[in-house]
Design a protein. Structure first.
Length: 118
């Protein structure tokens, strides 16, 4: 199982980035996918979630209207489009895959650094 994030970069305030997470080794289309972020010295916080078929999306209140999560089940990839970035968005962003049933399956990527600074 692999989740490989990419797209993190240094960007100026007000700029945009699109993060990608390429999945392999499991049935991607059966999993709800999420993006989390972690600030230095703090735990991870949920940023956005998209259900397995892509029909339902949830966002952290502070990111509504700025971030958009999407997925391409044909490419086994989930995306996070981030617009109007702020310095407080600076964090390591992680991709997460979850399938809940009789057994819970939970996978994480290694993270990608997003830095918003002038």
């Amino acid at each position: 199982v692999q989740l490989v994030e990419s797209g993190g970069d240094l960007v100026q305030p007000g700029g945009s980035l699109r993060l990608s997470c390429a999945a392999s080794g499991f049935t991607f289309s059966s999993y709800d996918m999420s993006w989390y972020r972690q600030f230095p010295g703090r735990g991870r916080e949920l940023v956005a979630t998209i259900t397995s078929a892509g029909g339902i999306r949830h966002y952290r209140d502070s990111e509504k209207g700025r971030f958009t999560i999407s997925r391409d089940n044909a490419k086994n990839t989930v995306y996070l489009q981030m617009n109007s970035l702020k310095p407080q968005d600076t964090a390591v962003y992680y991709c997460n895959a979850v399938r809940v049933g009789f057994i819970r399956y939970d996978y994480w990527g290694q993270g990608t650094q997003v830095t918003v600074s002038s």
